[in-house]
Design a protein around this ligand. Structure first.
Ligand SMILES: NC(=O)c1ccc[n+]([C@@H]2O[C@H](COP(=O)([O-])OP(=O)(O)OC[C@H]3O[C@@H](n4cnc5c(N)ncnc54)[C@H](O)[C@@H]3O)[C@@H](O)[C@H]2O)c1
Length: 389
């Protein structure tokens, strides 16, 4: 049995904690026959959490700077859970050192940088994957199976969205996600990239688009220690900071295969705590997914008898081996953290088999091309073509 030695970068953050849990946990569900993982190093900029980590991950080295793990011969996989603006620099250094890389989304600040990383990953022959974990939910395997079997015919239309309301309140505290220096593409790279990952996975590549980005609140209070969008009772702002990247976006797009898309996403949809949906319309049927029913797919087929046609609700269940790894019955529900456990298991398997697995850095590059096109289109107020490799 081969063990992959993992370094988690940004270990005190949301994704850092989830990825740490995922690499520690996946063998309980997927077994060890396809390899296992050991978290050999953690990088955190939080001195207090560094102490906690020594207890949570016994035996792992804990560092305060990411450079400490890059040339470490005892690390096979560098897992980047740092803010967006660090992805490119850190992923590049890790690839140059010959490490396998799992990088949170968006892969880079621009398509140019992402393309460079994708080329480097290919050149080095390492496994390089982007952390778009949502499509790892086995319900989307079902969607892909139905599409690939031709059961909805040729895809004509995609509608998708992802909304949260963390910045719905104009007084919600400022954080790095609203800072154009730290997250240059704002909601487009942050949330749009997830919708774009579903588009690439289920429909195909986008060849042109027109988008409008918007900022709803120009300045937000800076409150040290506040959590994502939340302000503790009685906390007063020290100062205000300017929001310098988009809060929301509306997009119309065309796919390489002739399908048309309409997409929207934001962080200001008051009341939408987490909304993620897609609808895919083909010549023979259609599919619909909503995150509110996280393991359920709606499928409409023209092959059904006239007078009996309608959406059927399919709950993904143990017929799917990934679902079965966790639960013996449908509708007990796999949630977000399980998608990250699946992602970790797939990453280790992919390294051991030396088989790249979607979303590779090439997909991350295409997704960054869509992000860039949204930024450019919104600035130029016109349709933008995407140069597909
Ligand atoms: N795939 C998903 O569903 C998903 C969900 C949330 C976030 N993300 C992505 O994950 C990444 C991290 O987001 P998050 O929500 O976990 O952020 P976070 O703010 O919770 O965590 C970021 C962590 O990085 C640390 N950090 C910052 N600069 C550092 C540096 N120079 N050196 C070492 N550590 C440093 C911070 O201390 C913090 O612990 C982002 O790129 C984000 O877009 C992905």
């Amino acid at each position: 049995m081969r063990e992959i030695r993992v370094a988690i970068l940004g270990a005190s953050g949301w994704m850092g904690k989830v990825h740490t849990m995922a690499f520690q946990t996946f063998p309980h569900f997927f077994g060890t026959a396809e390899g296992t993982a050991r978290i050999a190093a953690l990088v955190t900029s939080s001195a207090s959490y560094a102490e906690e980590l020594k207890t949570l991950v016994p035996g792992a080295a804990v560092h305060s700077h990411w450079k400490a793990v890059i040339d470490d011969p005892d690390i096979d996989l560098v897992d980047i859970c740092l803010p967006d603006n660090l992805h490119y620099e850190v992923a590049k250094a890790a690839l140059l050192a010959g490490k396998h890389v799992l990088c949170e989304k968006p892969l880079a600040n621009s398509a140019k940088e992402a393309g460079e990383l994708a080329a480097l990953a290919r050149q080095k022959g390492v496994i390089a994957r982007v952390g778009h974990a949502f499509p790892c939910n086995p319900v989307h395997d079902l969607a892909r199976e139905i599409i690939e079997a031709g059961e909805i015919g040729e895809i004509r239309m995609f509608k998708g969205c992802q909304h949260v309301d963390v910045f719905g309140d104009p007084e919600a505290p400022f954080m790095w996600r609203a800072d154009g220096q730290l997250a240059p593409t704002g909601i487009v790279g942050d949330t749009g990239s997830h919708v774009f990952s579903f588009m690439e996975r289920l429909v195909g590549r986008v060849s042109s688009l027109i988008a409008e980005n918007f900022i709803t609140t120009a300045k937000r209070p800076v409150i040290e220690g506040s959590a994502l969008g939340m302000r503790a009772e009685g906390q007063k702002p020290d100062r205000f900071a300017e929001v310098t990247n988009p809060d929301g976006t509306h997009v119309l797009c065309r796919f390489e295969n002739g399908a048309h898309g309409i997409v929207d996403f934001s962080r200001v949809a008051t009341g939408r705590k987490f909304m993620q949906t897609y609808e895919i319309y083909g010549t023979k049927g259609s599919l619909a997914f909503t995150y509110d029913e996280i393991n359920r797919l709606r499928f409409y087929s023209n092959d059904d008898r006239s007078g009996r046609r309608g959406y059927r609700e399919i709950d993904v269940g143990p017929e799917n081996p990934t679902y079965k790894a966790f639960l013996p019955l449908p509708n007990f529900a796999l949630g977000y953290n399980e998608t990250k456990i699946i992602e970790a298991a797939q990453m280790v398997r992919s390294i051991i088999r030396n088989e790249p697995l979607w979303p590779t850095f090439d997909s991350g590059h295409h997704i960054c091309q869509i992000v860039d096109a949204c930024m450019e289109s919104s600035r130029l107020k016109r349709w933008v073509d995407i140069a597909l490799p």
